[in-house]
Design a binder for this molecule. Structure first.
Ligand code: ATP
Ligand code: MG
Length: 260
């Protein structure tokens, strides 16, 4: 199982949007895919149409190992290949558990070993803060995808995320590598890119190198529409907006030989 964490250390950088569309496309085009909602705001869980009852196991129980691993994994209505470990606001209570465990950064990686033979890809939606949950999510990753708004704020989010990754690599808490940086809400007017978008995507390119910057997610209302209708962008009639995720899946397939 290849584990890919979608992380970016600011709010509203497109983490959940990226996780959702990537997960759906992966499940549709190839393979058993496990998604993990690691944000106590639980937007991914909501976007996938889950309304959990208080006693249903979530990532909290998966991390604490208070139930068998399979009990926290739910099929989704969207696709037979797409599964979710959901979250609710109680997930915040795991922060102390992780910091007291002494092995917080490697705990999720350890827990995922139990399901590594069932799924081909695991996509984790990270929270925006530099919390204990965020550390364990980076610790579990083979690769990181870093969405960053095509703006000054987004560039800052990229830099903070890279600093955290390098710090964790330095102390041996993760081996994760950056699979790609994904500019989010890139604004174009016809054939002209907005000045702030162009300047920030250029800065991202000089920071990580041209080859690591993926094609942008364009600023568009279609994403919200697709999320609300619980369909893909191509099902909505906008396949061109799926291009960044198609390129991402090509990159993923070179690492696991999906043959797509
Ligand atoms: P958080 O840090 O709060 O978890 P996030 O990084 O997960 O945020 P998202 O929730 O994916 O970010 O996106 C932020 C907002 O942008 C959401 O309201 C989402 O509906 C909206 N959005 C998604 N795609 C686009 C797009 N292409 N253009 C404009 N807005 C978008
Ligand atoms: Mg989110």
């Amino acid at each position: 199982m290849l584990t890919i964490s979608i992380a970016s250390l600011s709010g509203g950088q497109g983490k959940t949007t990226t996780a959702l569309f990537l997960g759906r496309l992966l499940a549709r085009s190839c393979c058993p895919t496990l998604m993990i909602d690691s944000d106590p705001q639980h937007n991914l869980t909501t976007y996938l149409g889950f309304e959990l009852e208080a006693n249903q196991p979530t990532l909290l129980e998966f991390l604490k190992k208070t139930v068998p691993a399979e009990d926290s994994i739910y099929p989704t209505a969207y696709n037979d290949n797409l599964f979710l470990i959901p979250a609710d606001d109680q997930l915040d209570t795991v922060q102390d558990y992780l910091s007291n465990s002494g092995v917080g950064a490697t705990l999720l990686k350890r827990r995922l070993e139990a399901v590594a033979k069932i799924f081909k890809v695991c996509i984790i939606d990270a929270p925006p803060q530099r919390s204990q949950i965020c550390l364990t999510v980076l610790g579990a990753a083979d690769f990181l995808v870093i969405p960053a708004e095509a703006s000054v704020k987004g560039y800052g989010s990229l830099i903070r995320t890279l600093d955290l990754l390098n710090g964790l690599r330095d102390v041996g808490a993760t081996d994760a590598e950056v699979l790609g940086v994904l500019p989010f809400r890139d604004r174009w007017f016809g054939n002209t890119q907005a000045q702030e978008s162009r300047a920030s995507v250029d800065s991202m390119r000089s920071e990580v190198g041209e080859q690591l910057v993926l094609p942008s997610i364009r600023e568009s209302e279609r994403f919200k529409q697709a999320i609300n209708k619980r369909i893909t962008l191509s099902e909505l009639g906008y396949q061109d907006l799926e291009y960044p995720f198609e390129i991402l899946i090509e990159k993923i397939s070179t690492h696991i030989g999906l043959g797509i």
